[in-house]
Design a protein around this ligand. Structure first.
Ligand code: ATP
Length: 340
């Protein structure tokens, strides 16, 4: 295991600046997520850490040792990609023992290690199966066992759960999170799926257009987004801009209490759906849509000035339909100022 440092790393492909002067440290044993919109540079960052790409500028270090020009096969990283790329001419056991074999681990030891990992991942009974006969979730676990069998210094996961159904994702997310904690492997986890990142990672780096906008714990990122991009990208957020006057923020729709903010500033508030209360309050809105999301229900509504807001409705008592006029309030302590 190792800590990983990206030191002012840039990667330029022809005219595309995929990674732009990124500095980031992943602590020993930490699970670091990278999230961000398509094309923001997540996979390029992971490929740079793995050694499949060489930075145009900057350095990559494992435990302080500069590995920028060390080829991937000499970095001892475990990789799990979206396409499991299991060897179909080998059994499950063959897949998991292959890496250790290449690293010169003896037959007994590599079989012992493989069986232990397969048992840990609850697929011990699949050892003799042909990978092609396995379900997506089972293949994903074999891919993970194969990556872990080489006892990697760093584990790199790129969308390992893409293509799995929601229920399986949820159970694997819990299992994988527990397993990674238990093994204390330094992990870089690239995903589009912010729920996965929020629930599994110790810290998350939010990328946009080649740069890291914010690095923090899941609760930091969610509760205290550093800027409008992060507030908007992570979770559902309504951004409201107003000016501060006498302990209040004055918006077009009315005023909200805002103790402690400097007078005269223009501020942008990031308001989460559950920061709103629906029923009474100074904000008049017209409901445009009601979204059933399973565990929560969101009302998409429009304020008189055209601003769109998303408010959470009480699942058990709400009685709201598109076209209804509603009143909203915002819990004064809840929203977070993202810009001033
Ligand atoms: P996605 O979530 O869609 O997989 P991503 O955040 O992982 O996206 P990258 O795959 O890192 O994004 O790509 C970042 C940018 O670099 C994109 O504009 C992509 O087209 C470009 N890019 C990546 N690899 C290459 C390459 N080998 N040659 C040229 N451009 C590349």
């Amino acid at each position: 295991m190792a800590d990983v440092t990206l030191d002012a790393v840039t990667k330029q492909f022809d005219t595309t600046l995929a990674v732009d002067n990124v500095s980031l440290t992943i602590d020993d044993g930490e699970i670091m997520g990278i999230v961000g919109p398509s094309g923001c540079g997540k996979t390029s960052t992971l490929r740079l850490v793995a050694g499949f790409e060489t930075p145009t500028d900057g350095a990559i270090k494992y435990d302080g040792e500069d590995v920028t020009h060390v080829p991937p096969e000499n970095r001892n990283v475990g990789l799990v990609f979206q396409s499991y790329a299991l060897f179909n001419n080998m059994s499950v056991l063959g897949n998991v023992t292959f890496g250790p074999k290449m690293h010169g681990v003896g037959t007994e030891e590599r079989r012992r290690r493989a069986h232990e990992l397969l048992d840990l991942l609850d697929i011990g009974d699949l050892a003799d199966r042909d990978p092609q006969t396995l379900s997506g979730g089972q293949q994903q676990r074999v891919g993970l066992a194969r990556a872990l069998a080489i006892e990697p210094r760093i584990l790199l996961l790129d969308e390992p759960m893409a293509g799995l159904d929601a229920k399986l994702k949820q159970s694997l997310r819990t299992e994988l999170g527990e397993l990674l904690e238990e093994l204390a492997v330094t992990t870089l986890y690239v995903t589009h799926d912010q729920e996965q990142a929020l629930s599994m990672c110790d810290r998350i780096a939010v990328m946009n257009d080649g740069v890291i906008e914010q690095v923090g714990s899941p609760s930091d990122i969610y509760e205290s987004p550093g800027n409008e991009f992060v507030a908007d990208f992570i979770g559902t957020t309504t951004l409201l801009s107003g000016s501060v006057r006498d302990g209040h923020i004055s918006f077009d729709f009315g005023e909200l209490e805002a103790p402690g903010l400097p007078q005269g500033d223009t501020v942008t508030l990031a308001v989460r759906p559950d920061d709103f209360t629906v029923g009474a309050g100074p904000i008049a809105a017209t409901v445009r849509n009601v979204l059933y999301l399973g565990e929560t229900i969101h009302a998409l509504a429009e304020l008189d000035d055209g601003t769109e807001v998303t408010a959470e409705l009480d699942r058990h008592t709400h009685d709201i339909a598109p076209g209804d006029q509603i009143k909203l309030n915002i819990d004064p302590g809840a929203p977070h100022v993202v810009d001033q």
